[in-house]
Design a protein around this ligand. Structure first.
Ligand SMILES: [Zn+2]
Length: 186
C-alpha cells in the first residue's frame, strides 16, 4: 500500500474540514463534545462514590427503581450511539465523494451537471467492472476500502441520474452487439 502524497493528504484534510461545517457535522461535533465531558465528570464521581459507599451501592443495584433508570439510560444512549455510528459512514462517504469530485466539495463529475447533494451522489467505477468489485469488496465497504487503499485511480463521483444514464448506455451498446450478430426476425 502506497503512502498518501502531500497533495492527497491535503485533499482529505480539506474535505474533513468541510464536513465539520455541514449541519450534520455540527450536530455530531456537539454530541461528541457532550459525551466527552459527561464521561470525564462521571468517571471521577463514580470512583469517589464507589470508594465511600461500597455496601450501599451493592444494595442499591438490586432495587427495581435502579434497574428501571438503567433501562431508560440505555435507550437514550443507544440512540446517540446509533447517530455516531452512522456518522462514520456519512463521513467516509463525504470524504470519498469529495476526493473523486472535480472540485473539493462533492459534485457530479459530468461537466455542467453541478449536483452537489451527497444523498444524490455515488462513486462510479469508470471502467465498468463495478459488479465484480462489489462481489469482492461488498457494496457497503466501498468507502472504507477506498480510504484504506489511499484512493486508487479509476473512480469518479456521479449523481444518480448520470449514473443511471451511463448504465442505460452500457446496456444499449451490449444489446446492439447482440442484435448485430443476429438481427431480430432475420
Ligand atoms: Zn450529474
Amino acid at each position: 500500500m502506497a503512502e498518501l502524497t502531500e497533495e492527497q493528504k491535503e485533499r482529505v484534510r480539506v474535505s474533513k474540514r468541510k464536513y465539520k461545517k455541514t449541519e450534520r457535522g455540527k450536530q455530531i461535533a456537539k454530541i461528541e463534545k457532550q459525551k466527552e465531558s459527561y464521561k470525564k465528570g462521571r468517571k471521577t464521581y463514580n470512583k469517589m462514590y464507589h470508594e465511600n459507599n461500597t455496601e450501599k451501592f451493592k444494595n442499591y443495584k438490586q432495587k427495581e427503581s435502579y434497574k428501571e433508570k438503567q433501562r431508560e439510560y440505555d435507550l437514550k444512549y443507544r440512540y446517540k450511539k446509533r447517530i455516531l455510528e452512522s456518522n462514520t459512514v456519512v463521513k467516509r462517504k463525504f470524504i470519498c465523494l469529495s476526493y473523486y469530485s472535480p472540485s473539493d466539495t462533492p459534485t457530479c463529475s459530468v461537466p455542467g451537471c453541478g449536483v452537489s447533494d451527497i444523498d444524490m451522489l455515488c462513486i462510479d467505477h469508470i471502467i465498468d467492472n463495478g459488479a465484480d468489485e462489489r462481489r469482492s469488496i461488498g457494496r457497503s465497504n466501498l468507502y472504507r476500502y477506498l480510504i484504506g487503499e489511499h484512493f486508487p485511480a479509476g473512480y469518479q463521483t456521479l449523481c444518480a441520474n448520470h449514473n443511471l444514464k451511463k448504465e442505460i448506455e452500457r446496456r444499449r451498446v451490449l444489446s446492439a452487439g447482440k442484435w448485430g450478430e443476429k438481427p431480430p426476425g432475420g
